[in-house]
Design a protein around this ligand. Structure first.
Ligand code: NAI
Length: 656
């Protein structure tokens, strides 16, 4: 953006003067991000106000819902543009007049760094302050690792820059990161603060303050505590904090910037940006931009088992009223207990206040009479995975619910259009495929039938957004997007076993790649019998389904951890997988020795299989975009974020 004019920058700011205090208000919606124009504007205002003899101090505040809450996503992948943020922060810090940052909403990343260049910082009580760069595979790139410890001490600097989690204004005040908490009338309160501090001697500028050296033991302990995900940002942030305390500010700033720029172009940071941008786009698909969703206040859930209870809890937690229907009074009571257990967990973890807990429980009613569903705007079915049972449920639903009620199935594998075939008002049926545990997992596959109307589809997305999910549209095929790719992944893992790759090596390779568990450990945890029964059902209905290695294990009674043996052996009460002689014997006849594979080669094979299936899914129109497939895998199946998802990985990773 080299063609930036002074007017571009000026249009983003409003300058007012109150006696001898200048008040500079930035208005760059939605989050006052530090775009090129914002940086240029701040720099030129600092220069101009330095020359203005009628001004003694500058209050910097922001219009809208927040202070500067980070960088401009539109500039994420562009080469760095002048003026660079570190120079802007330095220009503010070295201004002839003291600057005072008045923070509301959030001061994040570059926003907090700008505030730290000011001589004073005040914030409203509800404001949050943070350095979240590690979440994008970066470190603070404009002095965060150099200025934060000088204001708030090294412990707090580590907390902010290494964890990436924001802190409250109160915590910031206690640490010395801000100088005061002000009321909500930002401008008036900030001006009052300015007048008060101008009457006193000025404190040292941030970089003039000490940043004491810490011991080797201190850094060793901090490194051990820092998250050790598969990307370098957390440890790099720590290393920069250390460098900053052992070198002069100038060298420290240069070192931080260099590290920032190196990380910025790393594969992991690009992958994390890809996932971040895809997540932001997911809840508002282009095709539904002009479609108004139906209103949602009251949600019905059929079935109070694993999924139904989780879905009911997710709805309650988002403020919806919920009616849960089970097969009889006892099952309804059990369903209620299941939901209560989940809400109780939220209460214990402090996610719900006791009052909110009472309110949410009061918004839940459970019973066995379908007539109670009559007032619902949306009903989600989560009964047994059985076509006839589900068809029976939907027949009853169409009898009690009006045509405006959206009727959804949570089926994992059945064809939603078969479940509702022949029922009236076909436009209101849809698949809403949640993941277990449904109140925790972010993924929601939204599966329209051929006849689902646009407003019903939009309602699915609106529900997803309301529940804090990542809603992804999927077409109809066996397993939709996620489970279909999972099946291919598992099949490829079995192929490797047939080629003589040890089971434990495959799991270890996928853990090294970034999954919490490898494919066989995960099957042992979930149970091998579910997929086995599906294959059996398909065979019984006449389909040709190849015999899987998993079939041999299930038929030998090895269903996973629950039977103390699946792909691995387990000691009673111990979840540690141990390579199994019995499995080796059972599978021996299926295995032909092949070449040894490195962990990297194993991961490439398995991720390659996922990407190939993803490509088929795209070609068939089952998924709308490759990013959607990546989000499904990241949010539903533990694919490491910093690898970007299978499609991004296949297209961008430099495979050795
Ligand atoms: P579950 O067996 O834990 O719960 C099913 C519940 O439905 C039982 O409580 C049962 O009493 C009730 N039910 C059965 N027929 C009913 C009827 N006619 N009226 C009212 N209630 C009835 O099963 P789960 O695991 O919750 O699965 C439910 C659905 O969710 C299935 O379609 C499954 O494929 C799907 N699903 C399951 C996932 C999982 O990880 N368990 C993940 C995503 C989807």
């Amino acid at each position: 953006m080299n063609d930036l004019t002074p007017n571009d920058a000026a249009a983003l700011f409003k300058l007012e003067k109150f006696d001898r205090i200048a008040c500079l208000t930035l208005d760059n919606p939605p989050v006052n991000a530090t775009s090129n124009a914002v940086r240029a504007g701040l720099k030129s205002y600092a220069e101009m106000l330095d020359q203005d003899a009628s001004v003694d101090a500058v209050v910097l505040l922001c219009a809208g819902r927040t202070f500067i809450a980070g960088g401009d996503v539109k500039e994420f992948d562009l080469p760095p543009q002048e003026p660079a943020l570190p120079d802007v922060v330095m220009r503010i810090e070295t201004a002839a007049k003291p600057w005072i940052a008045a923070i509301h909403g959030a001061a994040l990343g570059g926003g907090l760094e700008i505030a730290m260049g000011c001589r004073f910082r005040v914030a409203t009580e509800t404001a949050k302050l943070g350095l979240p760069e590690v979440n994008l595979g970066l470190i603070p790139g404009a002095s965060g690792t150099v200025r934060t410890p000088r204001l708030a001490g090294m412990d707090m600097a580590i907390q902010l820059a290494v964890s990436g989690k924001p802190i409250t204004a109160q915590a910031a005040l206690e640490a010395g990161l801000i100088d005061g908490i002000i009321g909500a009338d930002l401008q008036t309160e900030a001006l009052a603060f300015a007048r008060k501090v101008l009457a006193e001697p000025l404190p040292l500028a941030t970089l003039q303050r000490p940043n004491p050296r810490q011991t080797d033991v201190y850094w060793h302990e901090a490194a051990a505590k820092a998250p050790n995900e598969g990307h370098a940002a957390h440890q790099s942030a720590l290393a920069c904090l250390r460098f900053g305390s052992e070198h002069e500010p100038e060298a420290a700033l240069a070192h931080e910037r260099e590290t920032f720029l190196t990380l910025r172009s790393s594969f992991e940071a690009r992958a994390l940006r890809h996932v971040f941008l895809a997540e932001r786009a997911a809840p508002k698909p282009r095709a539904l931009r002009d479609t108004t969703p139906r209103a949602l206040q009251h949600c019905g859930v059929i079935g109070g088992g694993t999924m139904g209870a989780g879905i009911a809890a997710a709805c309650l937690l988002s403020g919806l009223q919920v009616t849960l229907i089970e097969r009889g009074p006892e099952a309804a009571q059990a369903g209620l207990n299941n939901v209560q257990t989940i809400l109780n967990g939220a209460l214990k973890r402090g996610k719900l206040t006791p009052e909110a807990y009472e309110q949410r429980m009061a918004a839940l009613s459970c019973g066995a009479d379908y007539a109670a569903l009559q007032p619902c705007d949306l009903v989600i079915e989560a009964v047994f995975e059985d076509l006839a049972v589900k068809q029976g449920v939907f027949r009853k639903l169409t009898e009690v619910c009006g045509p405006e009620t959206v009727l959804a199935t949570n089926t994992s594998y059945l064809d939603p259009s078969l479940i509702v075939a022949g029922l009236p008002h076909p436009e209101r049926f849809i698949g809403l495929h949640f993941f277990s545990p449904a109140h925790v997992m972010k993924l929601l596959e939204i599966v329209p039938t051929g006849q689902t109307s646009r407003d019903v589809l939009a309602t699915g997305f609106a529900l997803g957004k309301r529940l804090g999910k990542i809603p992804i549209q999927a077409g109809i095929c066996e397993g939709f997007i996620g489970n279909r790719i999972l099946k291919r992944y598992r099949a490829e893992a079995e192929t490797l076993v047939r080629q003589g790759v040890p089971i434990a090596d495959i799991d270890a390779a996928m853990r090294a790649f970034g999954f919490r568990m490898g494919p066989f450990e995960a099957q042992d945890l979930g149970g091998l019998d579910i997929a086995y029964l599906q294959r059996e059902a398909a065979r019984n209905s006449g389909a040709t389904v190849e015999r899987a290695l998993g079939d041999i294990l299930v038929e030998a009674g090895r269903k996973g951890q629950k039977t103390q043996g699946g792909w691995y052996d387990y000691d009673a009460g111990d979840r540690t997988p141990k390579p199994s002689e019995a499995v080796a014997e059972l599978l021996n006849a299926q295995i032909t020795a092949g070449p040894a594979l490195t962990a990297e080669a194993i991961a490439e094979r398995l991720v390659g299989a996922m990407a190939a299936e993803g490509q088929a899914i795209l070609d068939e129109g089952i998924a709308q975009t490759a990013s959607d497939i990546d989000l499904v895998k990241v949010h539903g199946y533990g694919f490491p974020r910093w690898k970007g998802g299978p499609m991004f990985y296949a297209a961008n990773a430099e495979v050795s």
